[in-house]
Design a protein around this ligand. Structure first.
Ligand code: MN
Ligand code: MN
Length: 267
């Protein structure tokens, strides 16, 4: 069976406040492979079995080609092997070009988006590619049938209008008590912004927003997804803001549990 592709996306060109998420892929890889941990998931999948994980390196940004073209092409190349994809790092802006490639291969698609922020500004600080805007681009381009946002706690009036305009389903953080159960009808793209977790669990982010999800809640959410996860991203980890690599370990853990679900779903 074709393995799961890992792809680093070292790009924070469109971060509005701090740089740093471009440095995330190497940190997440290091924790994934660290001798401090094993490669078994909580659900009993050994990701160390040869061929289960294929690291495709980082998207080769060269300063001349449009980064969005390079991301879309690298994702397309990975998906064309027939296996699912997990991207490592970058800010949230990169989810738009990833989905351009995913959608071409998925006529039915629900996005499960974990985040403190809805990231659906029509444009932010004059930048339509801002990491505060990817879901406006994704919905206007029709790159998903359904968008489900989980863990939000910063939504402005404009963004509430945008959510209505695009028919977005929202599970705000304040209503996320205990286990989060999702009703999913199609294959899933999972987009995890690390700041969806509470900064107590994941301080290494550019925009710390108290009142977030626990690591346990996000892992349980991943493990409860009962539709195929065709691709996923783990974005907005900022190593420059981390404390003792706590957040790198969290990001690696989420990657592992997503990969475990992908293996189980395809077995
Ligand atoms: Mn985000
Ligand atoms: Mn966020």
């Amino acid at each position: 069976m074709t393995g799961i592709s890992l792809l680093g996306i070292p790009n924070d060109d469109n971060s509005s406040f701090l740089k740093g998420p471009a440095e995330a892929p190497a940190h997440i890889r290091r924790e994934l492979r660290s001798d401090a941990f094993n490669l078994w998931t909580e659900t009993g999948v050994d990701l160390g079995v040869p061929g289960r994980l294929t690291d495709r390196g980082d998207v080769p940004f060269d300063g001349s080609t449009d980064p969005w073209e390079l991301i879309e092409q690298a994702v397309a190349d990975a998906l064309d092997t027939g296996g699912p994809l997990i991207s490592l790092g970058g800010d949230h802006a990169i989810t738009h070009p990833i989905l351009r490639a995913v959608r071409r291969r998925q006529p039915q698609l629900t996005i499960v988006h974990v985040d403190a922020h809805p990231d659906i500004y029509q444009s932010f600080q004059g930048n339509p590619r801002s990491h505060a805007s990817p879901f406006a681009r994704i919905m206007e381009d029709g790159l998903a049938d359904h968008l489900l946002q989980v863990g939000l706690r910063t939504t402005t009036g404009h963004q509430r209008e945008q959510q209505r305009r695009y028919g977005v389903e929202v599970l705000e953080a304040r209503s996320c008590t205990g286990d989060i159960r999702l009703d999913l009808q199609t294959p899933v793209y999972l987009s995890i912004d690390i700041d969806g977790l509470d900064p107590a669990y994941a301080p290494g982010v550019s925009h710390r927003e108290p009142g977030g999800l626990s690591s346990r809640q996000v892992i349980n959410l991943i493990q409860a997804i009962d539709q195929p996860i065709v691709a996923a991203d783990v974005v907005e980890y900022n190593p420059r803001c981390d404390i003792s690599q706590i957040t790198a370990v969290v990001a690696a853990k989420l990657v592992k549990e997503i990969a475990g679900m992908m293996v189980t779903q395809r077995a």
